[in-house]
Ligand binder design. Structure first.
Ligand code: MTE
Ligand code: MO
Length: 337
């Protein structure tokens, strides 16, 4: 197995939070190999879920279940984690409203079981996958990644998932497949933002995204099926979403129902909406500013209130330059933003 323990696998000073204690304990348990898929986790996460940045206090049934996982060499355990509550209540998911607190409030009734994903286009084996069948068969890794939103805030999140490349390989890509397109569920009855242009931010739904085949096959590119040891909550893109840690968050499309391999570059939602502000590549780059704000730094969402959160420098490719810079050696990153 490829597994190697990172040198920095130890508690650093800024990691002595409850979140990191949770995580360290979990990793130790994983290494012992005694964590059962059904092991109940400490406390239900729904308590006080909605009181983080909003005055509304609404309790929603928490349908998440514990997920077993293996350690991953692509995880960075030295990162200070964003508290689980904030990952669950400070969201961008315009299908459920454009305000950060709205997805957690409006997405709880989204039906995510059963769920099917189509893989089609330039593949030898087009497939319709039952997500829960796939989940039973595939090894789930835990990966702590940085998430950098184009709005200049960031989180560090312990995702659970598997490399997208594993799914793509199942469908046997044809030689002429150069891009991979993704589509979120389109169901205006369940997603109020798809019915209402005001609530949905004027986006033409379904939300779509795409990667080059090289980006899609990169080992860091993850299909996330959970976070913080449990399956995904609807507001985070249940039951499966993309996570591309070196790109702005809008590339990490949620609640995927279709994956299509193509020869030509597919459209992506934010580029369609404002092409001069959001490109196709959307690689995190502190040297290329958004037309309306600087991308040189970001507000890290950690412990404490939103307003006490610290500013930190944004890293080239969000800190993953060693792994991904070679993908872009022949392109002008200023023109291809
Ligand atoms: N379908 C869909 N996917 C989406 C979005 C969205 O509005 N709709 N927002 C994106 C943006 S801008 C970000 S920053 C991340 C946020 O993911 P999180 O809420 O799980 O942190 O999801 C991305 N995926
Ligand atoms: Mo974002």
């Amino acid at each position: 197995m490829l597994f190697k323990i990172r040198k920095n696998w130890h508690l650093t000073e800024n990691q002595t939070t409850s979140e990191s204690v949770y995580l360290q304990r979990r990793q130790i348990i994983q290494k012992l190999g005694v964590l059962a898929a059904t092991a109940p986790l400490a406390a239900p996460a729904s308590a006080g879920l909605f009181d983080v940045f909003s005055s509304k206090k609404k309790e929603a049934p928490d349908k998440r279940t514990a997920l077993d996982s293996v350690a991953s060499p692509f995880s960075d355990p030295s990162l200070e984690l964003t508290p689980e509550k904030k990952v669950l209540t400070y969201n961008n998911y315009y299908e459920f409203g454009t305000a950060k607190h709205q997805p957690a409030e409006n997405a709880q009734s989204l039906v995510t079981d059963p769920w099917q994903v189509k893989v089609e286009g330039n593949v030898h084996k087009p497939m319709t996958i039952d997500f829960y069948d796939l989940l039973k068969q595939i090894d789930i890794e835990e990966r702590i990644y940085r998430l950098r939103c184009v709005e200049a805030w960031s989180m560090n999140i312990p995702w659970l998932g598997f490399p997208l490349s594993k799914l793509i390989q199942l469908a046997k890509p044809m030689g002429n497949a150069r891009y991979i397109a993704f589509q979120t569920l389109y169901d205006p009855e369940q997603m109020p933002g798809q019915k209402d242009r005001y609530l949905g931010g004027g986006i033409d739904y379904p939300y779509v995204e795409a990667l080059t085949i090289e980006e899609a096959m990169h080992p860091l590119t993850l299909i996330a099926v959970g976070l913080y040891g449990k399956t995904l909550a609807p507001q985070n893109g249940a039951p499966l979403r993309l996570v591309v840690p070196w790109k702005y968050g809008f590339k990490s499309i949620k609640s995927i129902v279709k994956i299509r391999l193509t020869e030509n570059r597919p459209p992506n939602t934010w580029n369609l909406l404002a092409p001069h502000e959001y490109g196709f590549y959307a690689n995190v780059n502190p040297n290329v500013d958004h037309p309306r704000w600087s991308q040189a730094s970001e507000r890290f969402i950690g412990e404490g209130t939103l307003f006490s959160s610290r500013r930190q420098k944004t890293l080239m490719f969000n800190g993953y330059a060693d792994e991904v810079a070679s993908l872009y050696k022949d392109i002008d990153l200023r023109r291809n933003y």
